[in-house]
Design a protein around this ligand. Structure first.
Ligand code: AMP
Ligand code: MG
Length: 525
């Protein structure tokens, strides 16, 4: 037996779909449907997160046990639980899509440890009433990406769901990776995700769309009670305050995404956590060259709705949908509009504040915005690696700029993908910016050392570049899991200098520029 203490709140306190079959159906007046994880053919543990295990009180010994493999592969049920799939809807790429729900995620229970409760969810463990036309399964490729990125984001300080374990099922899964008619078998896998809750904006939207105000109120009260306990439920004002707090948490998350160069790729309202956590790692990607218009998701190549530079606006759009869903509990538009405006106002304060931190500016000056804008423009003149640029910027020395003309471009050389592309005009623009930055820094009171330390706490040295995941995936498909653990260990300290891992502080190699999985990702997973 694993030492897990069950405390199933969602399932005990909210209405269930009475039907127990897995037949695809529209589920009314319920927050979830019962679902049984599929028993895998030959499960093997690929990787587990010791840090995530700690949170629920599991030891390293536990992770190696047969019980662990049984429970987290879906082979056996945890005693005293009744697994279920959650009912939600969503706006996908700007359009209402109706009921979606956990088509391939099954909640196996909530466990309590150290005064906190964690919902455990298997992703890729088979059909549920919400699977629509799909199989409820996940492939090793996308599961490696979810497992590594969840944990990497946590260590970067970005609010996120966690990943406890990555298990190969031993079963084959058919996927058309590029949606080009070339379907093939791939290895199947199951990830166990952890979060205080997996409730999404879409859980509220589906109830509002069905005018089921009673269940909507139950779900909202439940969410407030456990996750926004500072709000007193029972009044319309409480629901407005709830929306306000969700908006704040969402903005905090987005600011972290912008800071580290993370692009989610599918910010549909069904992929927006009500707790402001990064959730559903699919065709996400990391900015390499700084390019606000970039999206990793091939499905979004045309409209680029979820491009890096638009993530805050898309979050705003999603909060607007959540406001609509909560309207029946509030029945007034003005306070909802006020929350939406507040989000915009907060963004216009928090974005420059975040950028000032990246630049190491401790005090605020009115002209900082010009410096930031000028930087954003200059960064786009030739392909310039965002992570490397900001990390190297902490080494910037005011004294050196005036001593040597080429100082700044020499410092930044490792960040440029093609140094030859630096024309005299572009060099001049960079030198102008460096001069403006030096002038600005000269008015700072903190020491250069203090500035460097501060900058290195917000500008990561190591992020999970797509090609890194792809290398780990290629190895894993051959049965070698070493690189998964190497990257996992590396990304536990993304802000630390790790001299033995200097090879990962490098631009994306040229071979990865157009390779599937590195620069192009589809939703197929
Ligand atoms: P996504 O935008 O990828 O997070 O997924 C949108 C919806 O499709 C959600 O309701 C998922 O549960 C569902 N879904 C995605 N992949 C599968 C699959 N292989 N089997 C069943 N449902 C799926
Ligand atoms: Mg999703």
């Amino acid at each position: 037996m694993l030492p897990l203490k069950i405390n199933d709140r969602f399932y005990n306190e909210l209405p269930a779909d009475p039907e127990r079959t897995q037949s695809r159906r529209q589920v009314k007046a319920a927050c979830y449907s019962y679902a049984t994880p599929r028993i895998p053919g030959n499960p093997t543990l690929v990787h587990a997160s010791k840090e995530a295990a700690d949170l629920i009180g599991l030891s390293e010994e536990d992770l190696k046990s047969k019980n662990f493999l049984d429970i987290f592969s879906g082979t056996k049920k945890m005693e005293g639980t009744d697994p279920y799939a959650m009912c939600y809807g969503g706006h996908q790429f700007g359009h209402w899509a109706g009921q979606l729900g956990d088509g391939r995620a099954i909640n196996i229970g909530e466990v309590e440890h150290d005064g906190k409760t964690w919902a455990l969810q298997l992703k890729g463990s088979g059909e549920t009433p919400y699977s629509r036309t799909a199989d409820g399964l996940a492939v090793l490729r996308s599961s490696v990406r979810e497992h590594l990125c969840s944990e990497a984001m946590y260590h970067l300080g970005v609010p996120t769901t966690r990943s406890l374990s990555l298990i190969e099922t031993g079963d084959q899964v058919m996927r058309d990776m590029l949606y080009d008619g070339n379907a093939a078998y791939e290895k199947g896998a199951v990830v166990c995700r952890m979060a205080p809750a997996f409730i999404r904006f879409g859980n509220f939207e589906i109830l509002a769309s069905r005018r089921d105000v009673e269940t909507l109120r139950k779900l909202t009260d439940f969410t407030i009670k456990y996750f926004y306990p500072e709000i007193k439920v029972g009044t319309a004002d409480a629901y407005v305050e709830f929306l306000r707090q969700v908006a704040r948490r969402t903005l905090t998350m987005i600011m972290d995404w912008q800071r580290v160069g993370f692009v989610h790729g599918v910010m549909n309202t069904d992929n927006m956590s009500i707790l402001g956590l990064t959730i559903d790692y699919g065709p996400y990607g990391w900015l390499e060259g700084y390019e606000p218009g970039w999206t990793p998701n091939t499905t979004d190549r045309q409209n680029k709705r979820y491009q890096y530079g638009q993530q805050a606006q898309m979050a705003h759009w999603n909060i607007y949908q959540l406001a609509n869903a909560l309207y029946p509990l509030i029945e007034a538009t003005e306070p909802l509009e006020a929350v939406l405006n507040e989000f915009r106002d907060n963004y216009s304060v928090e974005y420059p504040a975040m950028m000032r931190k990246k630049l190491g500016l401790a005090k605020e000056e009115e002209t900082d915005w010009n410096l930031i804008k000028q930087l954003e423009e200059t960064l786009q003149l030739i392909e310039t690696d965002m992570t490397i640029f900001f990390r190297l910027l902490s080494k910037f020395s005011i004294d050196e700029v005036s001593k040597k003309d080429s100082y700044f471009l020499d410092l930044m050389e490792p960040a440029f993908y093609k140094v030859e592309a630096l024309t005299p005009e572009i060099k001049q623009k960079w030198n102008d910016w460096a001069q403006a930055y030096a002038d600005r820094l000269s008015r700072e009171t903190q020491s250069e050392d203090a500035r460097q330390i501060g900058m290195n706490l917000v500008n990561p040295k190591y992020v999970l570049r797509n090609y890194m995941s792809q290398l780990a995936i290629d190895q894993a498909n051959e049965g070698n899991y070493d690189l998964i653990d190497e990257l996992y260990q590396l990304l536990k300290q993304p802000y630390a200098e790790q001299p033995e891992s200097e090879k990962w502080f490098a631009k994306r190699p040229e071979w990865a520029r157009h390779k599937v999985g590195c620069s192009m990702l589809s939703c197929s997973s």
